[in-house]
Design a binder for this molecule. Structure first.
Ligand code: ADP
Ligand code: ZN
Length: 714
């Protein structure tokens, strides 16, 4: 069997990713290999596939017991005999496994390093009696002091080559920095190793950084519309994880906390519930995540700035392992940097403190970028990148410079009138003429009160921060930051100094992206999967990934043969689960007049094309049909999309002027929608829909948003 045939048969995938194929080839030829790939890049396959093809046993060293079970369950589901040995098992269970090992019934054995070489129950002598074909060292950076999660027990692996001289070793890690790489090669004593460094770009993740301001409200906004998605929210302190989880529960979200201070049972319970989708949100310190293989994490939020780029990249990398679009959101406050300085200052170690401090500054610089965030991240890891990735907040926005003198004067005089004694939120509310009781009565009498009512709250906050960045204003670093004037303020107020401001406009709001799949079928397929998961007592994503369900809901396979073309169905899973899925897909298609799209899919294509291109094509196609005189219903039927998706496509062309707003919404309804948008901002549709009520549809709102954007540009 060739590696490609094995990939198809056991894993149900049609092609290799990154350098998997070359790596696997080297390993099969008996070479030592070190493979660096980003989290979610597909490292496991680099040793699991050789394990299937090699005659003997593959021993996998992995730091986390929790992770082993998941991996082993997944392999077994794919028809690959695998097992782990660890302290959580009874003597009987362990004996059963050693018996199976002796009779060569197991292809992969997972172990913690101390089980191999440690003082208690060490297995080294027993394993030497078995036909071992390969060692895989997962999370190999744990062997290095330089890595961010050094594990002393990994140092024992230095003896590996003494005991198994001619057995190839593959070391895998997602940590890229040079010192760690060198350490891994040296400590493991690899023989003329082939080193593979994959691109660290995670193209399905959209990176965003937002200035922190009432972060809980910002978070609620972000989570709105993501209620059914799984996500991880990172906080700096243990206490804040618990508080935030409780607050989210109060808002009706399914959330739990996780940090190193919780007792073992609670941690295990919360983690398990998250893996099984019973809890959607894990609010955690960085103690959570290593070895979390859950593939359908749709977003990672940082409520506080991480200490370095390495950690940030690893944490955000936990989103979207299944390759589907995912989000990384960071709420940034310059105050975080000051707080973190204490953390990175080590007593009696100036040199190390300086390294950590520099890393902290690199992280802060990332947060304050005005250029592509992805490019910065990739350059940080010594990788080239284009200037515009099309999927970070910077690249999704358009920046226009304009004469902001009048705006600056309004802001500065408000600060002056408020005697430089109030915070950002208060100044903004005051400028906008908020009727809130929070604004003092005497302030409501002032002339500046309400002079900025024409500018949205969010926009004012951006302007004030920009004025702060340019030194026309100062926002203090206190626990309760106050807005004050500076030496440069006076010239502006007197009209002696012009001020340039930038306006950011979101070109494409990603949540509006419409994949051409059958959403309600997708939901039904999830139910089928959940039934299997419950029956087998496994997390749902171990049964099949979201990406596999999404392919089914997109290509609509009608037979076992066609199902074979869906990525993720190997022989065993096909036989085990295929029929039940077909029993849902076929009637759904019959009822909706849909047919299979598997044939055109032909040789399965990876969905790795840049998203913007894909989106604009599908939108254009809808537009062309609409212009050819077809109704939305007709287009939807012809393209096997939902009418709502088609409407979503079309409303975007109101902004380009190719379609009129009145195609989608009655003239009479526009003012009310416009009002709502002006009060709440155009960024999120759900809150707008909520205030407008049932008489207004998402399509109508979207159309007016597009129209207003066009007006603003004109
Ligand atoms: P890593 O260990 O590098 O973080 P994994 O090995 O867990 O990543 O792989 C991430 C996901 O990608 C898994 O769901 C895996 O099954 C899937 N995957 C790996 N290789 C391929 C491939 N060639 N085609 C499709 N999916 C793949
Ligand atoms: Zn970018």
């Amino acid at each position: 069997m060739t590696p490609l045939q094995a990939l198809h048969k056991y894993f149900g995938y049609s092609e290799f990713r990154h350098e998997q194929e070359t790596i696997i080839g080297r390993v099969l030829n008996g070479h030592d290999v070190m493979a660096l790939m980003p989290t979610g890049g597909g490292k496991s396959l680099c040793y699991q596939l050789p394990a299937v093809l090699l005659p003997g046993l593959t021993i996998v060293i992995s730091p986390l017991i929790a992770l082993m079970k998941d991996q082993v369950d997944s392999l077994n589901l794919n028809g690959i005999p695998a097992a782990f040995l660890n302290s959580s098992q009874t003597p009987d269970e362990q004996r059963n496994i050693t018996d199976r090992l002796k009779s060569n019934q197991i292809k992969l054995l997972y172990l913690a390093p101390e089980r191999l070489f440690g003082t208690e129950n060490k297995l080294i002598d027993f394993l030497k009696s078995l036909p071992v074909s390969l060692f895989a060292i997962d999370e190999a950076h744990c062997i290095s002091h330089w890595g961010h999660d050094f594990r002393p027990e990994y140092l024992m692996l230095a003896h590996l080559k003494d005991h198994f001289k001619n057995i190839p070793v593959i070391a895998l890690t997602a940590t890229a920095d040079k010192l760690t790489q060198k350490d891994i090669l040296e400590k493991l004593n690899l023989r003329q190793p082939s080193v593979f460094i994959s691109s660290f770009n995670r193209e399905n993740i959209t990176y965003r950084v937002t200035p922190k301001n009432k972060s809980f409200n910002q978070l609620l906004n972000f989570l709105d519309g993501r209620r059914d998605d799984s996500g991880i929210i990172y906080c700096l302190s243990r206490k804040s994880t618990e508080a935030l989880a409780a607050d989210l529960k109060d808002e009706g979200y399914s959330a739990e906390a996780y940090h190193a201070g919780l007792d073992h049972a609670t941690k295990a319970r919360n983690q398990e519930a998250f893996l099984r989708d019973e809890v959607k949100i894990m609010v955690a310190t960085i103690a959570f995540g290593m070895g979390i293989n859950k593939s359908n994490v749709r977003y990672v939020v940082h409520m506080d700035m991480p200490k370095n780029i390495e950690g940030y990249y690893q944490e955000t990398g936990r989103a979207g392992r299944d390759g589907l679009p995912s989000d990384a959101m960071l709420y940034y406050s310059p105050g975080d940097v000051i707080k973190l300085k204490n953390f990175v200052t080590l007593d009696n170690n100036e040199e190390q403190s300086q390294i950590l401090f520099d890393k902290l500054n690199d992280m802060a610089a990332y947060c304050e970028l005005h250029t592509c965030r992805r490019k910065y991240l990739l350059n940080y890891f010594d990788e080239q990148a284009t200037d515009n990735c099309g999927s970070c907040d910077i690249c999704l926005s358009e920046f226009k410079k304009f004469d902001g003198t009048l705006i600056a004067q309004k802001a500065l005089s408000a600060v002056a009138r408020l005697n430089q004694r109030f915070g950002l939120g208060y100044v903004v509310d005051f400028l906008r003429g908020s009727k809130s009781e929070k604004i003092r009565d005497e302030h409501k009498q002032l002339k500046t009160y309400g002079v900025g009512a024409d500018i949205s709250k969010a926009q004012w906050q951006r302007y004030l921060r920009e004025l702060n960045a340019h030194g026309y204003l100062q926002i203090t670093d206190d626990a309760y930051p106050i807005v004050k004037l500076t030496d440069k303020s006076e010239a502006v107020l007197k009209g002696q100094q012009k001020v340039e401001l930038t306006e950011a406009q979101i070109i494409e709001e990603k949540t509006e992206e419409a994949l051409p799949f059958e959403a309600s079928l997708f939901d039904q397929l999830k139910v089928v999967r959940l039934n299997f998961a419950t029956m087998e007592n496994l997390p749902a994503y171990v049964i099949l990934s979201d990406a596999t369900l999404l392919e089914m809901a997109t290509y609509l396979p009608q037979s076992m043969d066609e199902l074979r073309h869906i990525s993720g169905f190997g022989d065993v899973k096909l036989a085990r689960y295929g029929r039940e899925f077909l029993e849902v897909i076929k009637p759904y298609c019959a009822a909706n007049g849909l047919t299979s799209k598997v044939k055109p899919k032909a040789a399965k294509q990876r969905q790795s094309k840049p998203r913007s291109e894909k989106v604009s094509n599908t939108q254009k196609e809808s537009l062309n049909l609409f212009k050819a005189g077809k109704s939305i219903q007709q287009i939807a039927a012809e393209r096997s999309l939902s009418p709502m998706t088609v409407e979503g496509h079309l409303t975007l062309f109101v902004q380009t002027g190719e379609l009129e707003v009145t195609e989608f919404v009655d003239q009479g309804k526009i003012p009310a929608i416009q009002d709502a948008i002006e009060s709440y901002g155009p960024e999120r549709l759900a809150p707008l829909k909520e205030v407008l009520g049932d008489n207004y549809s998402y399509t109508e709102i979207k159309a007016v948003v597009s129209w207003l954007k066009r007006e603003a540009e004109a």
